[in-house]
Design a protein around this ligand. Structure first.
Ligand code: MLT
Length: 316
């Protein structure tokens, strides 16, 4: 059976599939040629990250296709219900990248509160006039310890974010569909475990109380944070989005930063990927990364294994 890993697959997962007798093709096929390629090469399973779109037209025109695997969490690039209605096995790897995404949230947070991007750009060359009279006032930062982190969406990734936040002494409030207290388990390297209760609040309340807000929800029809929500937030709040573009109204975000309500935003995802709107791209108080939440060696290895395991057991 042939598997097309159109956005790549880590070495471990590829090897596991090959050992189980699959032929794994990692050629990158352009979106416009995808249906023809799958048909002509009689591909049985298609593995994608977020770049390749698997819409109704691909599903309808490829009778050999029996399975679609999403190397990651969000399945918004696949017509999942339609594919399932046609009998295809559609699956993702929900747990494999949570800690990598959570760590990227803190890369953005630490970078912003300590002005790392400005600091990089302001380093003087010897002989540069800035070298003699080095001003560091732009980098008057703040600590995360003691501040309140509001986590919107308390699934696997939100919970990993909470664990890191607690580890550095932040207070955590989470908003989730469940009401009342939530609990997370901190696991230490020596296998000790501690259960910590987490306060939950509806989004309308959380946004009023948080010093920093991070979103961990799937793609939404309407933004969760817009003009009204920004107006309710604390002055100087920082916003992180490593979930999906569209969960924040970007026009309202830029306005809220320009008004001084929001101090900064760290965005790994935005409405117009891969190139953000110019106002987002050029804004000095917005730090950007190109949707790399899951782009660590560890996450990709885990994703590769999970994909291989699920495909093998499905076809067996
Ligand atoms: C995901 O949904 O898994 C992440 O956004 C990462 C990715 O798309 O690669």
């Amino acid at each position: 059976m042939k598997v097309l890993a159109n956005d790549g697959i880590a070495a471990g997962g590829k090897k596991k599939l090959e050992e189980a007798g699959f032929e794994v093709i990692t050629t990158k096929v352009a979106q416009e040629q995808l249906s023809n390629y799958i048909k002509e090469n009689e591909i049985s399973a298609l593995i994608v990250r977020s770049a390749t779109k698997v819409r109704k037209d691909v599903i309808d025109s490829c009778p050999s296709l029996k399975a679609i695997g999403r190397a990651g969490v969000g399945m918004d690039n696949i017509d999942v219900e339609y594919a399932r209605s046609k009998g295809l096995y559609v699956f993702n790897t929900p747990a494999a990248s949570s800690s990598s995404v959570a760590e990227l949230v803190f890369a953005h947070l630490f970078g912003a509160v300590r002005f790392l991007y400005d600091a990089n750009r302001n380093m003087p060359l010897e002989g540069d006039s800035r070298f003699k009279d080095l001003k560091k006032s732009y980098a008057a930062g703040s600590e995360l310890r003691g501040k309140t982190l509001g986590i919107i969406g308390f699934g696997r990734i939100g919970r990993e974010v909470a664990k890191i936040a607690l580890g550095i002494g932040m207070k955590v409030i989470a908003s989730d569909s469940t009401k009342g207290e939530a609990e997370i388990t901190l696991e230490f390297y020596n296998h000790q475990e501690i259960k910590i209760p987490i306060k939950t609040e509806p989004v309308e309340e959380l946004i009023k109380h948080a010093d920093f807000i991070t979103l961990h929800v799937p793609s939404q029809k309407e933004p969760i944070l817009g003009k009204e929500e920004f107006s309710q937030m604390k002055k100087g709040v920082g916003i992180i989005n490593a979930a999906r573009g569209g969960v924040i109204d970007e026009v309202a975000l830029v306005e809220a930063i320009d008004d001084g309500k929001v101090a900064f935003a760290g965005l790994d995802t935005f409405e117009n990927e891969p190139s953000p709107a110019i106002k987002i791209l050029m804004h000095p108080n917005i730090s950007l990364s190109p949707h790399i939440g899951a782009a660590t060696n560890e996450a990709q290895e885990r994703i590769g294994y999970e994909l291989a395991e699920q495909l093998i057991s499905h076809f067996q």
